[in-house]
Design a protein around this ligand. Sequence first.
Ligand code: PLP
Length: 401
Amino acid sequence: NSVFDHVVMGPEDPILGVTVAYNKDPSPVKMNLGVGAYRTEEGKPLVLNVVRRAEQMLVNDSSRVKEYLPIVGLADFNKLSAKLILGADSPAVQENRVTTVQCLSGTGSLRVGAEFLARHYHQHTILIPQPTWGNHPKVFGLAGLSVKTYRYYDPSTRGLDFEGLMEDLGSAPSGAIVLFHACAHNPTGVDPTAQQWEQIRQLARSKALLPFFDSAYQGFASGNLDTDAQSVRMFVKDGGECIVAQSFAKNMGLYGERVGALSIVCRNADVAGRVESQLKLVIRPMYSNPPIHGASIVATVLKDRNMFQEWTVELKAMADRIINMRTQLFDALRSRGTPGDWSHIIKQIGMFTFTGLNSKQVAFMTKEYHIYMTSDGRISMAGLSSRTVPHLADAIHAAVT
Ligand code: PLP
């Protein structure tokens, strides 16, 4: 008898579980379009050249030791990460009113931010878009916040439900926290336009809503780091406060290194200092301090003008390959005469296409074509290649006819 006999088997994670099922499938034509990780045209994971170079430099530097980082992480990394998302000339950074702490990738940054808010922010309601990344409700809920949703996606247009969004934010309790995807909304691939962001900003500020940005795809959406940060910068420019969780998983390909940052933009330097002291009290009992290797890679790349430049080129190549896959899939469906309007495939932004396929059609494609994706019909464009597009197009065609 075990003292754990009463423990029931938990369900597989809806996203990571797709890979578990994929791994079990012996078919040679199987495709994994579930998980959000970049693959090359050959279907292989990619380590950026600039990352390899930074790692070599770190290894060759014999003065480097493995001491603990401070609770808030690597100072250079924090400063450079804030500048990357807020802009090199951001007044908020120059005025020292941004506190940045290194966290365990995007997820860890969201969680530390949520724990801080649950302890120190007067309003515990957080509105998240419907739909959103499946981990959001759990991260915020387990931190003690009360999770509500706002309308975001309109299935009839496969685009933004802007009216619904504005209505729901308009009727949110004053001071509520609102989660925004900085760019490349996951899973829909649908982002507000610059004009819509401006209207959202005005509404959010007029109701004193606290914006919490999740930036998991900076540079990965458009291929340009500044373009993908525009939504965040708009909210910082007005002098108001906001929170940003950054991940270097996708844009630097550092998935398993778990590198991310949480920045809290405050009204003034005095508040920022006190906020940072409380972030340390959140982090210390959770994991003490963050790992050193990944953050050192990022700091090495961001610090050096040439390496930074090299990174932007490699980043754009990843973004461009994904955009190219959109065109290829769209063309393949058109040439098959697949019924329906598939233009959302080329309109949507970022790593994913929200195909509009339902769970029955997804199950059919998995069973008959060995194509794995989440049951909401989201496919990772990064997992596609010119070689595999025809197989996917055949499967979609068969699923909808
Ligand atoms: N937020 C969004 C919207 C994501 O899509 C992801 C990853 O899939 C994350 C956050 C967090 O990723 P990580 O913790 O690997 O940085």
